[in-house]
Ligand binder design. Structure first.
Ligand SMILES: C[S@@+](CC[C@H](N)C(=O)[O-])C[C@H]1O[C@@H](n2cnc3c(N)ncnc32)[C@H](O)[C@@H]1O
Ligand code: SF4
Length: 451
């Protein structure tokens, strides 16, 4: 008979599953839960019912408007954008968005609330002319005034900005201007299909500073086609020289609906022509460390902020804490009274639905209590730290128990620590948080691609 030896077993560190090496096609960034592929047309009545209920007391209301127009389609972009619409089509779109808003503005879920935060995203909101912007925002303010909005965020492509337009954007009440800089190298900008050049970055940024926006953010992408370590370091150096209030650094992903993937498919290639994940993480890490050296604070997996006390990002923070988000425009994603919804993703059905006096909602999903808890927990983990008591108080569940397994797994892998009430990710964990979040998903949501 074999006898077990009496050695004491000491826990061995468990290696994390290896990082995917190459950048292949698919979504990486987790922006919501349950995944979009589980939202269904047959659930649309659920969001209509949610609109007819008064809001849960204390729930802030946010507003999102998608402006789907761009000068050019960047080869890496996966957003719903059009580059072929003339001014009549754009006017038709703005009027449709205002009609859509008017339907919502009369519904009980508004409950006397005014928007606390407003976000103009795209596409390129700054593609609109000053007259179009004025018409749009006057119409919006007439439906729900902005006097209680603590933040009005606006995405801009540097080449679309003139001094005159920037002044007008500031006069509309925009508080956070986000510039899609992406890279400072003209060759890299060009071969990635960007419409702007480096000269326009400096010009737009200097105008914006003169105009006096309370917050200017710069978006960068780590891993554009033909990016190199030396060029990336130069991009970080130039960003620091500009001293924006915040810097957002995305790791390049290549979803299915990108021009880069179309080309890969045509050429029978499985690997995208961009840096691998490890290199992209090294580049984001470098950017964060350099920014920290000059006094910035890393405030989430993607952002560094110069003055965290002063510079907030309410859209992110309130949305990730369960705010209602009334989303307008083609393909927009929103969240009302506990139900997720998305609008029609194509221009024609969107505009014609609204013009017929109907809501242009395409699909919806009402997460159950556990799914709502998971959603907020994973979104807040992207900040790098969260408080367990927040979840206990809000959901009446002990998150340390509910998520005991994935929390332990991330601890064993060396990415996470529990310090009293706080769950913290270390830098290594933060830099790969999106793939780690899948550990918290329900089993039925893990197999599906995150699209
Ligand atoms: C809607 S765009 C910002 C505004 C404007 N359209 C522009 O590009 O200047 C939002 C941001 O998403 C990021 N982005 C777009 N496609 C991406 C991809 N495939 N991988 C990573 N980030 C991406 C870019 O940093 C971009 O600035
Ligand atoms: S990255 Fe911005 S400018 Fe480029 S196509 Fe996408 S939305 Fe338009």
């Amino acid at each position: 008979m074999r006898v077990m030896s009496a050695t004491v077993l000491t826990p061995q560190p468990v290696p994390a599953p290896p990082l995917e090496k190459q950048t292949t096609v698919g979504n990486y960034f987790v922006s919501n839960y349950p995944p979009f592929s589980f939202w269904k047309p047959e659930n649309v009545d659920e969001v209509k019912a949610a609109m007819n209920r008064p809001p849960k007391p204390g729930t802030p209301l946010g507003l999102y408007l998608h402006i789907p127009f761009c000068r050019k389609r960047c080869h890496f972009c996966y957003f719903k954008v059009y580059t072929d619409k003339d001014s009549a089509a754009i006017k038709g779109y703005i009027d449709a968005a205002l009609k859509e808003f008017a339907i919502y503005a009369g519904k009980p879920f508004i409950g006397g609330r005014k928007p606390r935060f407003i976000y103009f995203g795209g596409g390129t909101p700054s593609y609109l002319s000053v007259d179009q912007l004025k018409h749009l925002t006057d119409g919006m303010k007439a439906l729900l005034p902005w006097d209680e909005a603590a933040e009005v965020a606006f995405e801009a492509e540097p080449g679309t900005l003139t001094d005159h337009k920037l002044r007008a954007i500031r006069d509309l009440g925009v508080t956070r201007l986000s510039l899609g800089v992406e890279n400072f190298n003209d060759h890299i900008l060009e071969i990635n299909g960007r419409a702007h050049h480096s000269k326009e970055i400096a010009r737009a940024y200097n105008f914006a500073r003169e105009v006096g926006f309370p917050q200017i953010n710069i978006d960068l992408i780590a891993g554009m086609v033909e990016e190199t370590g030396a060029n990336w370091r130069e991009c970080v150096r130039k960003t620091i020289e500009m001293a924006p209030d915040s810097v957002t650094v995305y790791e390049m992903e290549i979803p299915y609906n990108t021009t880069i993937y179309q080309k890969m498919k045509a050429e029978g290639k499985l690997v995208a022509p961009v840096a691998d994940w490890e290199t992209k993480r090294v580049w984001v890490d470098y950017a964060f460390k350099e920014l920290e050296t000059v006094g910035y604070t890393v405030a989430s997996a993607y952002t560094a902020v110069k003055n965290p006390r002063q510079t907030k990002f309410l859209y992110r923070d309130l949305l990730w804490a369960g705010a209602d988000l009334l989303s307008l425009g083609v393909a927009s994603f929103g969240h009302i009274g506990g139900t997720h919804y998305q609008n029609h993703a194509d221009f024609e059905p969107y505009v014609s639905r609204v013009n017929q006096g109907e809501l242009p909602i395409y699909r919806a999903l009402t997460p159950n209590a556990d799914e709502r808890l998971i959603r907020e927990f994973i979104l807040q983990l992207k900040l790098g730290q969260l408080n367990l008591s927040y979840f206990r108080n809000k959901f009446g569940v002990d998150p340390a128990q509910r998520f005991a397994e994935p929390l332990q797994r991330l601890k064993d892998w060396g990415f996470l620590s529990l310090e009293g009430d706080q769950v913290r990710l270390n830098r290594e964990g933060l830099l790969q948080v999106d793939r780690l979040l899948h550990e918290f998903f329900l089993p039925q949501h893990r197999t599906n691609r995150y699209v």
